[in-house]
Design a protein around this ligand. Structure first.
Ligand code: PMP
Length: 421
């Protein structure tokens, strides 16, 4: 099958054809043969309540009766206004303003620009961004600069800017992370600390405790460094609470959200910030304007989908569904405890991860692709990160569906142990 489509993160020489999906529903994708594929990673982590949630789909249909794109400078519209008020209400207290964009990456780019703009406009510019090692924040030049470097960005390395990297807070060695942060802050050059709270997603689903975030925030405050929480993955219940920061009782200065913002139905992102940051951009001097826009900023239909997502959170027992999913995952993971085929097993809210004990080979090893093919043959959408097999299902997933995924993981580990995979 010859297609002009160039797919993301795909080596087309090794993967010449794609499975064609003709419909979605619940926790599944349905392919052209009618097979139901369990979407165990929520289509790159975006689907929260389930595919095609009726409340969100109806809101999209209704918005289409009234709107398409509307320029978002000089003009505003009801879905964007209602959504912003709703976001400020549910986000950590103190985040008072909402800037819209279209993807997780752009929400982080906006956050970085807000932080640099804040110091620039305050008359004491700062130029450094501090991040955690193994982080991932997107694939634009700016977010790649902030993310962990490796095979993914070798070609672009000459254009990436330098950042200050904190060691991952390994249990028992947390002090090294705090000390490094203190040291970087002491230069007086750090504008912001950018972190994925609680779970480093694409960096291998590495989990760290909420207390680390509170301590980092204390250090940041001592040095007037802003904290940016990249909640693109962890937001909307993924890590167990609506936003992961809640678990640390920390109010970040800037919060990035996308993916589950529309329940996964349409692309939209928002960067929330404090009044202080917004006000640093208020001036009779036009040079202090926040110079960022994209053509599709605050698309009314996507905003209407996100307003409907807020309604689902308010009107439906979403937290109960998450609680039950967390419990089911715990129960299934417990059966793998002491299982020597896995080097590590962990859970953060609705997310679980199992590291298959295989010789390290990194992204270029064929462990990931072999596992993917194994799961694909069993109608499971599971895309391991190297040897890290993780599940991040929609909240509507059933116990039977989860059993199917975990049984296949068990089977895959057995195949690997026997050298058959
Ligand atoms: N930040 C985090 C924490 C992410 O997990 C991702 C996407 N996986 C991004 C940013 C980038 O989001 P997008 O792919 O929508 O640009």
């Amino acid at each position: 099958m010859n297609s002009p489509v160039w797919h993301p993160f795909t080596q087309h020489a090794l993967e010449p054809s794609m499975k064609r999906i003709v419909q979605t529903g619940g926790a599944c994708l349905i392919d052209e043969d009618g097979s139901r594929i369990l979407d165990a990673i929520s289509s790159w982590w975006v689907i929260t309540h389930g595919h095609r949630h009726p409340v969100i789909m109806r809101a999209i249909q209704a918005a289409c009766e009234t709107y398409d794109q509307i320029i978002f400078a000089e003009y505003t519209h009801e879905p964007a206004e209602t959504l912003a008020r709703g976001l400020v209400e549910v986000a950590p207290a103190g985040l008072t303003h909402v800037f819209y964009s279209d993807s997780g990456s752009t929400s982080v780019e906006v956050a970085l620009k807000m932080a640099l703009g804040f110091f620039h406009n305050s008359g004491a510019p700062r130029s450094r961004i501090c991040v955690m090692e193994d982080g991932y924040h997107g694939d634009t030049i700016g977010t790649m600069s902030a993310g962990e470097r490796g095979v993914f960005n070798a070609a672009y390395e000459p254009l990436l800017f330098g950042v200050d990297r904190l060691p991952f807070p390994v249990t028992g060695r947390e002090q090294a992370t705090f000390d490094a942060f203190e040291r970087f802050c002491a230069t007086g050059q750090v504008a912001a600390l950018l972190i994925e709270p609680l779970v480093l997603g694409a960096g291998g689903m590495r989990v760290y405790p909420a207390t680390i975030i509170s301590e980092l925030k204390r250090i940041a405050e001592r040095h007037d460094v802003l904290m940016i929480a990249d909640e693109v993955m962890t937001g909307w219940g993924r890590a167990g609470s609506l936003f992961a920061c809640e678990q640390a009782s920390v109010m970040p200065d800037i919060l990035c959200t996308s993916k589950g913002l529309t329940g996964g139905s349409l692309p939209l992102a928002a960067t929330l910030c404090t009044a202080e940051i917004f006000e640093a951009h208020l001036s009779a001097d036009r040079r202090r304007t926040f110079f960022h826009s994209s053509s599709y900023t605050a698309n009314p239909i996507a905003c209407a989908a996100a307003v409907a997502n807020l309604a689902v959170w308010k009107d439906e027992p979403v937290r109960e569904r998450i609680g039950s999913l967390v419990g089911m995952q715990q129960e299934r993971l417990a059966r793998f405890q002491e299982d020597l085929r896995f080097a590590s097993i962990r859970q953060a809210g609705t997310i679980t991860a199992l590291d298959l004990r295989v010789p390290a080979g990194g992204y270029l090893s064929d462990v990931g692709p072999r596992l993917r093919a194994f799961f694909r043959e069993r109608n499971l959408l599971i895309r391991p990160l190297g040897n890290v097999i993780y599940l991040m299902p929609p909240y509507c997933v059933t116990a039977a569906e989860l059993d199917r995924a975990y049984d296949a993981i068990d089977e895959a580990a057995a195949y690997f142990a026997a050298g058959r995979l």
